[in-house]
Design a protein around this ligand. Structure first.
Ligand code: GFB
Length: 316
């Protein structure tokens, strides 16, 4: 890759796309192509075709997707399925038609079966039934993987698919209806501390286990794979360790400084019992995560105070 390569980051204003833009910029890539949703709606096939025909990016990072936590996924399966299929079908096809040299498609650990062996190897794909709470999103992402693989086989395209574990970090969603667990609990713990509440509500039973990767680590892995990985076989990216939701809630309370009780809302779903990725494939290539969970949460809390809390204050 050259610093002058034209790289289109689809979804640059999201959690992953934002981190990818930061890492590319910091490593000297100066020819980045980005478009906001109001400029180009990626669900619109003609708009996407026109963008690629006009701009002809050499490299494409497909980080645009409709995403959300367990509740958002469960409440809106139609939108999660249809919008993700539209976005990825449009972008992947247009990238091929416009002659992109390489495309990197971002998937998620929820593509694997609910009861996959742990840690989950890439070979577990399509070996069992999916977790129902995020089946629609998972089916869309599996279709994206298969489309990239089809382009590789039929047209010799260098389209790779990267499966990331649960992410957190700057640019995360803090809306309690749609967010993922880590951002939700950070906000809840902060608000409970500030209001002097005696307890904070956490969904489910606390027993599910999840693996959390700081989005800056994922972005570094994306750049690493863009430079080094040229296989149509999917590849996992995670931190290699998981933690129960109870342990996560306790850790967040400690970092934030909330000393009240946790109250479990068992009417909310637990989702899949465990989701830990086997990251030996990417480790063997020479990549490893650098941000430990406690440090990552502390950094993320600082970002939350400087950005999210500040923006709320200025709205008042
Ligand atoms: O992060 P999360 O929403 O999604 O929830 P998944 C993880 C676990 O945290 C579940 C529990 O067991 C939740 O019940 N949890 C506890 C909470 N308190 C909260 C809370 O306040 N908010 C939220 N959101 N969860 C998503 C998928 O699954 O993971 C997506 O739905 C995607 O498709 C994403 O794959 C990475 O880890 O269960």
């Amino acid at each position: 890759m050259k610093p002058t390569d034209k790289i289109y980051v689809a979804g640059h204003s999201g959690l992953v796309g934002g981190a990818v833009v930061r890492v590319l910029t910091s490593r000297g890539f100066s020819n980045l192509l980005t478009r906001s949703r109001s400029e180009v709606d990626l669900r619109d096939q003609q708009a996407v075709r026109d963008l690629f025909a006009d701009e002809k990016p050499e490299l494409v990072i497909l980080a645009a997707a409709k995403v959300g936590g367990i509740k958002a996924n469960f409440d809106a399966p139609v939108e999660f399925l249809v919008e993700n299929l539209q976005i990825q079908n449009n972008v992947i096809r247009a990238a091929h038609e416009a002659g992109a040299r390489k495309l990197l498609f971002l998937g998620s650990s929820c593509i694997y079966p609910k009861f996959a062996p742990q840690p989950i190897p890439e070979s577990a794909l399509l070996s069992g039934s999916l977790e129902p709470t995020n089946e629609a999103y998972a089916i869309a992402k599996i279709a994206g993987i298969k489309l990239c693989q089809a382009f590789s086989r039929e047209y010799d395209a260098n389209f790779i698919s990267v499966m990331s574990t649960n992410l957190y970090g700057p640019g995360d969603d803090f809306d309690l209806e749609t967010s993922h667990v880590l951002a939700a609990l950070l906000r809840k713990a902060h608000e409970a501390k500030m209001s002097g509440a005696g307890e904070m509500i956490v969904w489910g039973t606390g027993t599910p286990r999840r693996e959390f990767l700081h989005v800056d680590d994922l972005a570094a892995a994306v750049l690493f794979l863009l430079e080094q990985y040229n296989s149509s076989e999917i590849i996992n990216v995670g931190c290699g360790e998981d933690i129960s939701i109870r342990e996560l809630a306790e850790l967040i309370c400690e970092v934030v400084g909330f000393r009240g009780e946790l109250r479990w809302d068992r009417s909310k779903p637990d989702g899949t019992p465990r989701k830990l990725l086997d990251i030996s494939r990417i480790k063997n290539l020479g990549w490893k995560p650098t941000i430990a969970l406690r440090d990552g949460i502390a950094r993320f809390y600082e970002w939350f105070l400087d950005n999210y809390v500040q923006s709320m204050v200025s709205l008042r």
